[in-house]
Design a protein around this ligand. Structure first.
Ligand code: FAD
Length: 364
């Protein structure tokens, strides 16, 4: 049939997680009208950003602190006082839903952006259902959940058991009575090991580098600041982002200490290959496995922007304060140093201001 006319707007925000919502909140505060001057598109079926897809057992506060969105206090809700016994995915989806409605942010969903075309001064944003948006500026806030990173090891295709990533993990009970290998040195791997304890027959924890345990109950501010600085440096230089856990280490919370004492949180070095029914280590030892869980992190989801050619030769994006250093029409919210709920909030503030400046500079 005939292609639909593109919908014209000034700013398209892709993604309605913590970063996209924070940008939308500040754009509105600075006088832009949601649904008219800017449009927020999200492919998820529901509110909650990536949180809506996280596994059931994940609770508010078991991983890190989840910061409130800007202006959330006006609704009388806070993650600080949110239900810590309910799945985090339910609480976050519910609070985001109320937030979007309270501020009238008019998020369009499910709308998946499949690609963009450079029209010169404007950008055409194409979506899966055929609708398109012609916009002056683009704010990408697509997070990382859609791009789990899975390293390749020899024999991966011969392993007969189940292999899955963090994004596919749903419930420890799916592994009842099984031998499970958990790969990765971050918070997700640790969460899985603790959940599988007493449910799986046996867990084996493998990490590429020894886990950097930090003798603190929670992630300290100093560590968080240095990890964010590391991310910022890489982003400004257009380098691929370092893993977050490499910058922060892992706090020995009460829960983690108990796991270490029970022998559940004791890692060994990485295996060298997978075989039909297990994994082989460098010293020749073999461990039987029914499943391998790759809790090996995520990469920024950027496929839909490929045609803009923003990737550097170093495998990253050049981004400073959320602004692409390559294309002045493009912003990245939640990228690198902004990839936490607190970073996403700041992203909203700094990006919205720059968007307003860029729009006023474009006025004839
Ligand atoms: P997301 O929440 O991922 O939102 C991105 C949105 O973009 C999604 O809704 C997605 O549907 C949409 N999208 C993606 N691609 C497209 C497309 N092509 N078209 C349309 N829409 C698209 N941080 C904390 O501060 N505290 C924590 O406790 C914490 N726990 C975490 C636990 C896990 C397991 C993980 C993986 C991360 C955790 N983080 C935590 C980091 C967390 O991901 C960020 O803090 C924050 O939620 C990310 O927000 P975001 O808006 O950048 O991304």
């Amino acid at each position: 049939g005939e292609a639909l006319e593109p919908i014209r707007t000034r700013v398209v925000v892709i993604g309605a997680g913590q970063a996209g919502l924070s940008v939308a909140y500040y754009l509105q505060r600075l006088g832009l009208v949601p649904g008219v001057d800017f449009v927020v598109l999200d492919r998820g079926p529901s509110t909650g950003g990536a949180w809506q897809f996280r596994w059931r057992a994940l609770r508010l506060g078991t991983a890190h602190k989840v910061n409130d969105l800007p202006g959330m206090a006006d609704l009388g809700i806070s993650f600080e006082t949110g239900d810590r016994t309910a799945p985090a995915r339910d609480v976050v989806s519910d609070y985001y839903d109320r937030y979007e409605r309270y501020y009238g942010l008019e998020v369009q969903r499910p709308v998946e952006v499949t690609g963009v075309d450079d029209l010169g001064t404007r950008i055409l944003v194409r979506t899966r259902d055929g609708a398109s948006y012609e916009t002056e500026l683009l704010v990408n806030a697509t997070g990382t959940w859609g791009s789990p990173f899975r390293p390749w090891y020899p024999g991966a295709d011969t392993f007969a058991g189940r292999q899955l990533t963090t994004a596919e993990y749903e419930d420890a009970r799916d592994f009842t009575g099984q031998d499970v290998v958990v790969v990765g040195g971050g918070t997700s791997a640790i969460g899985f090991l603790l959940e599988l304890d007493g449910v799986a027959a046996r867990t084996i924890w493998v990490t590429r580098r020894p886990v950097d345990w930090v003798d603190q109950q929670e992630l300290g501010t100093a560590l968080a600041i240095s990890a964010v600085a590391e991310q910022d440096e890489a982003a400004r230089a257009g380098k691929a982002l370092p893993s977050i856990v490499s910058g922060t280490g892992v706090p020995i919370s009460r829960r983690n200490r108990a796991g270490i004492e029970r022998g559940v949180l004791v890692e060994r070095g990485m295996f060298v290959s997978l075989e039909h029914d297990g994994v082989r280590f460098a010293d020749g030892t073999f461990e039987h496995a029914d499943a391998v869980i790759w809790a090996t992190g995520f990469r920024p989801e950027l496929r839909h922007l490929a045609s803009l050619g923003l990737r550097t030769g170093e495998g990253g994006l050049a981004v400073a304060r959320g602004a692409s250093q390559t294309d002045p029409r493009v912003f990245f919210a939640g990228y690198g140093p902004q990839a936490s709920t607190i970073g996403a909030n700041r992203a909203g503030r700094v990006i919205a201001r720059q968007v307003l400046l860029a729009l006023s500079a474009r006025r004839p």
